[in-house]
Design a protein around this ligand. Sequence first.
Ligand SMILES: C[S@@+](CC[C@H](N)C(=O)[O-])C[C@H]1O[C@@H](n2cnc3c(N)ncnc32)[C@H](O)[C@@H]1O
Length: 265
Amino acid sequence: MWQEARRRKTWQRKTSEDWNKRAAGFARRHKNSVYVKEFLNRLPLSAGMSVLDMGCGPGTLTIPLAPKVREITAVDFSPGMLEILTAKAAEGNLNNITTRQGAWEDDWQALGLGRYDLIIASRSLAVDDLKGALDKLRRAARGWVFIGDRVGSGPFDPAMFAAIGRPFHPGPDYIYTINILYQMGIHARLDFIDLPPAHSYKTREEAISSWAWMFHDLTATENDKLNRHLSERLTKNNHGHWCLRDEVCPSWALISWRQTTHQHD
Ligand SMILES: C[S@@+](CC[C@H](N)C(=O)[O-])C[C@H]1O[C@@H](n2cnc3c(N)ncnc32)[C@H](O)[C@@H]1O
């Protein structure tokens, strides 16, 4: 069922080159986000922990986590993302972070990955073999695993696809992940991070560029349609900022379980 739902999705899986191009914009948009604060608040942290951040991106979670734990290994297949993370770690004098360029699909032992007290995989589980990826998490865990997974259309806004005339099917979301874990004998906990429905931008241009990431190769006509759609939805608030209200309140699923050794040994 997961594979069928994947076949119906209309967005393309991004390569490491795609993520390299998006690294700086992603880092800018996700700095100080409600999502990051809520994700970190729900982690069972202690100072002696070893942590793996799989699909770490520009360090959205690695950087604020580092001062709270013993060590973090941050893995991503995009060198552009890892460069930003490394620069931020140097800026913050954080010396307990190890980076590895690697993918979900790689041999994790060959990457030098071991076992960790806490593993996080936030918004990074875009893989062709979900069960295989979950199995890797299970094997690398000797404590808690936390996955941030899509709910429904996730970060995509279906109204914008409709506005430019492109079809949109989001593909499978967290409910498949929970069920595949169940098939693997893992009874995971489920929580949600609800994001505020309104976004605020200093300029109209910032608003437009922060939504254009959703689309591959916008044509000039589509670009005009997107601009017109956003112009209709953007309103100016009392502070002179541009605001855009989501039609559906976006949220992320937080899937977690505690891995005990005997579950896979
Ligand atoms: C949406 S970003 C999330 C970054 C960070 N974890 C966060 O929540 O802000 C997704 C990240 O997953 C990485 N990624 C996507 N597919 C991957 C794969 N197959 N192997 C390793 N990393 C991958 C991308 O390079 C990107 O940095």
